[in-house]
Write a protein that binds this ligand. Structure first.
Ligand SMILES: C[S@@+](CC[C@H](N)C(=O)[O-])C[C@H]1O[C@@H](n2cnc3c(N)ncnc32)[C@H](O)[C@@H]1O
Length: 240
């Protein structure tokens, strides 16, 4: 798909087809193998009023976890699979967070954040096992970085190069992921290091379980943004 014109409709269709049948068992089945998510989420510190956006929020389990630990933060999610977005909306409402949630039916690349989420920038942007499935990860990464407020941080966890795993385990895992169009994206690390080297931000990188997963925190320079937007937030926006 690289080099072709990006068509969000194709992504909506593909993701819905993939995730609709799994949406009820998704969280249970991913618990054991989407490693590093909770450690990443639990490292985010944010006072009330802080805007947090997860791109590719799936069932909303990460946003619910953030909402439980961080009272008063604004929880935003973007998701192209309609059934996953509906699942996220229900989960956030059940958790009692409807009043501080905004969800958008969009891809990272097509999101109009101001119109769909009511905010142009976010203090924290989370990408959890998302870039390994998008057709053009660098375009999605670029968009995620664009959405960071000055002083904001991008938190990224995804499949790594698995260099520390035995050859057979690495091969089996890669073959399994390949069935779903998922793979490690080495270009993401290269791009983040390039940006850090050019002074665009401060980068921390971490490898988990022999490179099974990799974590990046990329902090944009600048003072943390004013949080006067909080008063304008009144509840879940109809996602579609
Ligand atoms: C493996 S799931 C991860 C879900 C969630 N972030 C988690 O950690 O449980 C990947 C998610 O990314 C979404 N996704 C796929 N392509 C996307 C795109 N171009 N922009 C935004 N999200 C996308 C999928 O629909 C799916 O919900």
């Amino acid at each position: 798909m690289a080099g072709q014109t990006f068509d969000p409709a194709l992504v909506h269709e593909r993701m819905e087809k993939m995730y609709r049948p799994q949406r009820r068992i998704y969280d249970l089945t991913r618990k054991g193998y989407l490693l590093g998510r909770d450690r990443l989420l639990d490292s985010i510190a944010a006072p009330p009023g802080t805007r947090i956006l997860e791109i590719g929020c799936g069932t909303g389990r990460n946003l619910v976890r953030l909402g439980r630990r961080l009272p008063g933060v604004l929880l935003c999610g973007v998701e192209p699979a309609r059934s996953m977005l509906e699942t996220a909306e229900a989960a956030l409402a059940r958790a009692g967070f409807a009043g501080r949630t905004r969800l958008a039916y969009a891809t990272a690349e097509s999101l109009d954040a101001e119109r769909q989420l009511g905010a142009r920038a976010f203090e924290h942007v989370v990408l959890s096992y998302c870039l390994s499935i998008v057709p053009e990860p660098l375009a999605a990464l670029d968009r995620a970085l664009d959405l960071l407020a000055p002083g904001g941080t991008l938190h990224l966890v995804d499949f790594g190069p698995m260099e520390g795993l035995p050859g057979w385990a690495r091969a089996a895992m890669c073959a399994w992921l390949d069935r779903f169009g998922v793979r490690h994206r080495p270009e993401v690390a290269v791009e983040l290091h390039r940006r850090a080297a050019h002074g665009e931000g401060r980068l921390e990188a971490e490898s988990i379980a022999g490179g099974y997963a990799e974590v990046f925190r990329f902090a944009r320079p600048g003072a943390a943004a004013a949080r006067d937007h909080a008063v304008a937030w009144t509840g879940v926006r109809t996602p579609c």
